[in-house]
Design a protein around this ligand. Structure first.
Ligand code: NAD
Ligand code: MG
Length: 346
């Protein structure tokens, strides 16, 4: 029996994780949490709405933690898992991006993000690695010009072509901030320099990512876009339990790739620059993005304003490296303040 602590149980990833756990007799939910939504329909011996996630994990004593919280709020749970060397199935990419060296390369992290799950599988046991290729769908606004994006609404941004996800990551997919966060996530998970990590658009999200090798070969991971596959992989690692998800109907597929439009979607390059700058620049990028996305969803900021707010906050942020969690919390708070100052006055 593997005992799973599921944080963010009421979200998109959380719900799909419960489905996977219920379908596998060897998985058992030992604790579940949410930020504010009731957990009445979740069957777990320990349940917590809000409150201290590290303290919940301490009491639950899980065999694996699935962190499916959205945003920097997941940092305490991520640090608890890596510090206690408890396997961490990580969907909450923001905690790894913001946590940087305090999280990456420590503990036992099994990525849940589909691209990183793909890369993890393509890299396993391999040598001669040349670089990584992260794929992305391009989001709902792929192919549009900046002029066409000036007045897009939250409803339009929330209509993702290939994935059904929570609102924050769906907006991140529309701005390409999600691919930017994933670039930094890949750097900290796999330890490769930024200039060895490419991003390419593959609109149908069938190719989940690739690894290039020094002999000219590339290994890709392909499948239908369904988060239950990487969730199941992470929770049952290294066994790879069966799922109900069908294999690909190959003769029905054509695969297309294109370069990301970095002029129209500046968040990808802003993330790359924050990653290369290091220190708490990725933390500041993430914090400013969280503030800007929340403001966009509330109708307080236009879509194109998201990148402006983040660029401005990054320019002004003190990005000295964090020695500990307190430094990180402080860097996150300062970047949030800078981003708030950059929002239009109501
Ligand atoms: P969601 O908004 O659907 O769910 C978020 C969950 O976190 C909810 O249970 C919510 O109650 C909880 N939560 C929110 N604020 C909290 C707080 N302050 N403290 C504790 N819990 C809090 O989000 P989601 O789409 O499930 O995404 C969760 C994470 O997984 C994000 O980091 C996202 O980037 C990542 N991810 C999601 C998908 C996807 O398909 N949804 C894919 C890849 C990665
Ligand atoms: Mg992803």
């Amino acid at each position: 029996m593997k005992r799973v602590a599921l944080l963010g149980a009421t979200g998109s990833i959380g719900r799909q994780a419960i489905e996977i756990i219920e379908a596998h007799p060897e998985l058992e939910l030992c604790a579940a949490s949410s930020g504010s939504t009731p957990l009445d329909d979740v069957d777990a011996p320990l349940k917590q709405v809000g409150g201290d996630l590290a303290e919940l994990l301490e009491r639950a004593d899980p065999d694996v933690v699935l962190n499916a919280v959205v945003g920097f709020a997941g940092i305490h749970a991520t640090l608890w898992a890596v510090e206690n060397d408890v396997p961490l199935a990580l969907a909450n990419k923001e905690s790894l991006v913001a946590g940087g060296e305090l999280v990456g390369g420590r503990g036992r992290i099994i990525p849940v993000d589909s691209e990183h799950s793909a890369l993890f599988q393509c890299l396993e046991g391999k040598t001669g690695i040349q670089g990584l290729v992260l794929t992305g769908s391009g989001g709902p606004f792929r192919g549009r010009t900046r002029d066409e994006l000036a007045s897009v609404t939250p409803e339009e941004a929330l209509a993702h072509p290939t994935w059904r996800m929570g609102p924050k990551i769906t907006v991140d997919s529309a701005t390409l901030a999600n691919k930017g966060l994933e670039l930094i996530e890949a750097h900290f998970l796999f330890g490769l320099p930024y200039d060895s990590i490419e991003v390419v658009i593959q609109p149908t999200s069938i190719v989940h990512s690739l690894v290039r090798f020094r002999d000219g070969a590339a290994i890709a991971h392909i499948g239908y876009p369904d988060m239950r596959v990487p969730i199941s992989y992470a929770l049952t690692y290294p066994e790879r339990a069966p799922t109900e998800i069908p294999g690909l109907d190959l003769t029905a597929l054509t695969l297309q790739f294109e370069a990301p439009d970095v002029e129209t979607f500046p968040m990808l390059e802003l993330a790359r620059r924050a990653g290369e700058a290091g220190g708490t620049a990725p933390c500041a990028f993430n914090a400013a993005n969280e503030v800007a996305v929340a403001a966009f969803l509330e109708g307080r900021l236009p879509f194109l304003g998201i990148a402006d707010v983040v660029a401005d906050a990054l320019d002004r942020a003190d990005t000295a490296a964090a020695r500990d969690l307190d430094d990180l919390l402080e860097a996150d708070r300062r970047a949030r303040d800078l981003a708030e100052q950059g929002l239009p006055v109501a």
